[in-house]
Design a protein around this ligand. Structure first.
Ligand SMILES: *Cc1c(COP(=O)(O)O)cnc(C)c1O
Length: 382
């Protein structure tokens, strides 16, 4: 563990990324990995993660916006970058200037991008997004409506270089029969489009459909790329959801704070805003320097979330404040100002996970991790 840093800090173990990538590769055969590093790599540090992924041989990245793509370019990442979402027209110029690949989120959007590229006399790289069931972006290709002509037309646009085709799973995490059937049908529809394009003499380019749960539950589907975000970070969305494979991931993020004050309180004294915790006996309380403005959700207050103080599991008490919260450290013999508290990670062989926080906050790890705020320094473990 690194030396303490300001109030609270996240430690990112980029070494563990290569272990996690190998675990993913065991599941996907020859399929290559497009590393999804959107939203600052879900709070883990996009540039640091992208650099570690490049060292693992990853040659494609996925981001949500042109801003995120430019951050990677400015950091010297020269691999392929696909923008999964929408780029506004006034930012189209970055696409050809910085050699960024744009998702064609609809047919009219592709026309607009092509018109721009024609006017500028440039070719813009793109992937065709096919909507096989998410109903978010892409040309709809579902049982109720199959817009194959539009997909074909995108490939024929004069100033777009359509180098790939992709779709996305909304329920690949769910092993109920209904949702497994839904996902399998999406895979069939995706195959159908690819075959139809080939029959028309069109090379579909690189094909990709699997997110993290698509990899864990559907394995090697024989496509060209898959798009994991969470998995190289060593976690799933929710460790209580059963999955079809048993990968051995190492979570790459740990979260720490400092003890700022230790004191005893008397029976009847209350702790924090709202006075929701009232001591029923003498209690040794440690104030620690992390709060909801760092990303520890206020929603988990008063639910006995355990953190590690000198390796001992101790419950939070009272409401989580903006920059601080309180912990019952009665069971820890020796606690002092400046001691390090582990909120996510391992300390003296004990482990607390992001999953514990996410379950109490009624959310998934994707959200908990990506909501660790910008003021929390990310320190790379070396
Ligand atoms: C975010 C995202 C992913 C990665 O999702 P994970 O569940 O983290 O693997 C893949 N594809 C698309 C289109 C996404 O938006």
């Amino acid at each position: 563990m690194l030396a303490s840093y300001s109030r609270c800090w996240a430690e990112i173990d980029t070494q563990a990324i290569s272990h996690n990538v190998k675990e993913v590769q065991k599941l996907i055969g020859q399929t290559k990995i497009m590393g999804i590093v959107k939203a600052n790599a879900y709070g883990h540090g996009d540039i640091e993660c992208a650099r570690a992924l490049v060292e693992c041989g990853i040659d494609y990245f996925g981001v949500s916006s042109v801003d995120e793509a430019l951050r990677l370019r400015q950091a010297g990442i020269c691999e392929n970058i696909l923008i999964l979402g929408y780029t506004p027209e006034e930012h189209f110029h970055y696409l050809h200037e910085e050699n960024i690949v744009q998702s064609l989120i609809s047919y009219s959007y592709a026309q607009c991008l092509n018109d721009y590229a024609k006017e500028k006399k440039v070719k813009i790289r793109a992937h065709c997004k096919v909507d096989t069931g998410m109903c978010r972006t892409g040309i709809i290709y579902q049982d109720q409506e199959k817009n194959l002509d539009e997909i074909v037309s995108e490939y024929q646009m004069s100033n777009l270089q359509v180098e790939g085709i992709f779709s996305h799973f909304p329920v690949s995490d769910d092993l109920s029969k209904e949702n497994k059937d839904f996902t399998s049908h999406q895979i069939e529809l995706f195959h159908e489009v690819i075959v139809a394009l080939k029959e028309k003499g069109i090379d579909p380019g690189i094909r990709h459909i699997q997110n993290s749960y698509g990899i864990l539950n559907y394995g090697d589907l024989g496509f060209d790329y898959c798009r994991p975000g969470l998995l190289y970070m060593g976690v799933t969305s929710d460790d209580s959801i059963p999955i079809e494979s048993q990968p051995d991931f190492i979570p790459i993020l740990s979260l720490y704070a400092n003890v700022s004050l230790v004191k005893w309180i008397h029976p009847g004294q209350s702790v924090s805003y709202g006075r929701h915790y009232i001591a029923s006996k003498p209690v040794k309380v440690a104030t620690i320097s992390i709060g909801y403005a760092d990303g520890l959700p206020r929603l988990v207050s008063n639910q006995n979330l355990e953190v590690l103080v000198n390796g001992v599991r101790c419950p939070l008490i009272g409401n989580i404040c903006m920059d601080q919260c309180m912990v019952d450290v009665t069971n820890v013999d020796s606690v002092h100002q400046g001691d390090i508290v582990c909120i996510i990670g391992t300390q003296n062989g004990e482990r607390v996970t992001v999953d514990q926080i996410s379950r109490l906050a009624h959310t998934i790890n994707n959200e908990t991790l990506s909501c660790i705020t910008a003021r929390v320094p990310r320190l790379e473990k070396r």
